[in-house]
Write a protein that binds this ligand. Structure first.
Ligand code: 5AD
Ligand code: FES
Length: 384
């Protein structure tokens, strides 16, 4: 009897010791003691601080990822919102040097879906748990501004989905018209904060015009999303830090970033990603982005799966992201919307894609978001 009691106390003691050690380990991982891990939700953040985050290695890197995941959990919760994307037209008037559907790429088979075809796809969204329809196309799309307005109205009338549009630079009047039709959000990436690099890559648009669009959208009360590519040829670590800081300065509701991937049929086809021999930086960028932009919606973008097949987006969700955007473009059009090579899910239909996304979300212990998943900033600051 005595030995049993003794054994009990020995085991109890071991459990207490192990729990205390685990507690210290968690504290260590979340970086409670580190200078560079002070909360930076408020006030200005220096470029050096961001560069330091981006240079993290070894234990520091594990702590960076754990910290980004913690900031995501604290500010955005554990729900992953699933926003279905429909690439409804690959017509594009522009010639961005990196983009596979640029106007000068004559190898692309051009298509535009009709409103009925788009609506047919959108109607399946709610059944599959997708609460936002993201409508994307090249710039100067096959549908004109009026038709896009009608499409937004039809979606708002027939469903309870939030509507996000991503069709490039437009005038204030057009954005206002779409807002009146019911548009909730707009995505337009600034691509790089380096003005010279921007000018080299975009023959049809200036950096100021692009940023101007974001300001107009915000003034109109549209939830504004932007972002950039990681590793454009000519980019430096300082550029990446500036990109992250520009997102904070713009106070964006949504921020999408992903690795630049050379497309062979573009002028940059032979220019590798600036971090081709250091791809971990793609994940570090997401984590730093989350820490610097605690309450923005950050998607795990498709380009991560192109670089890290099958695991890219999962890892991004555990390192700061909280949104998944499955491809709902009808299967016959998918191969014609190749902004970059290696895009995943080309042969899966929308239902297969959504089922796969649900499994991926569950596999990392998170839940699917319910409701529209609007900007938290909007509700916290601008609407209330
Ligand atoms: N590699 C990675 N991302 C690309 N995009 C366009 N071309 C490429 C590429 N080659 C991104 C741009 C654009 C978004 C729709 O796709 O950031 O804004
Ligand atoms: Fe179409 Fe850039 S090539 S918007």
């Amino acid at each position: 009897m005595l030995t049993r009691v003794k054994m009990f106390f020995i085991i109890l003691r071991e459990i207490i010791i192990l729990s205390v050690m685990y507690g210290f380990y968690v504290l260590y991982l979340t970086g409670m003691n580190d200078q560079n891990d002070r909360p930076i939700e408020e006030g200005a953040i220096s470029k050096d601080t961001v560069i330091e985050l981006l240079k993290s290695e070894g234990d520091d890197l594990e702590r960076l990822y754990a910290r980004a995941d913690g900031v995501r959990a604290e500010h955005m919760g554990d729900e992953v919102y699933v926003r279905g994307i429909i690439e409804f037209s690959n017509l594009c008037a522009n010639d961005c040097l990196y983009c596979g559907i640029r106007a000068s790429n004559l190898l692309v088979n051009r298509y535009t879906m009709g409103i009925d075809e788009i609506m047919g796809t959108v109607r399946s969204f709610e059944r599959t748990g997708q609460t936002t329809a993201v409508l994307q196309s090249g710039e100067t799309p096959g549908l004109d501004d009026e038709e896009i307005g009608r499409l937004i109205r039809a979606i708002k009338y027939e469903t309870s989905l939030a509507v996000t549009l991503s069709v490039g630079n437009r005038s204030r009047e057009v954005y206002r018209f779409w807002k009146e039709c019911g548009m909730d959000r707009y995505l337009i990436r600034f691509e790089t904060s380096d003005r010279q690099l921007f000018a080299r890559l975009h023959p049809d648009c200036s950096f100021d015009e692009r940023i101007g669009c974001l300001h107009i959208l915000k003034e109109l009360g549209v939830q504004a999303g932007s972002g950039f590519m990681i590793g454009l040829p000519g980019e430096r670590l300082e550029t990446l830090a500036d990109n992250i800081l520009l997102c904070r300065e713009l106070d964006l509701d949504m921020i999408g970033i992903g690795p630049y991937i050379p497309h062979p049929d573009t002028p940059l086809g032979n220019e590798p990603n600036a971090y081709a021999d250091n791809e971990e930086i793609f994940y570090k960028a997401v984590s730093a982005l989350r820490i610097v932009n605690p309450d923005a919606h950050i998607p795990a973008t498709t380009a991560f799966d192109a670089v890290f097949p099958g695991i890219g987006r999962n890892l991004v969700l555990t390192r700061g992201a909280n949104i998944f955007m499955p491809n709902n473009t009808p299967i016959e059009h998918r191969k014609d919307y190749l902004l970059y090579p290696g895009k995943p899910c080309i042969d899966e239909n929308a239902d297969q894609c959504v089922a796969c996304v649900m499994m991926r979300i569950e596999s990392i212990g998170r839940t699917m978001g319910t409701g529209p998943g609007h900007s938290l900033k909007k509700y916290n600051k601008r609407i209330q």
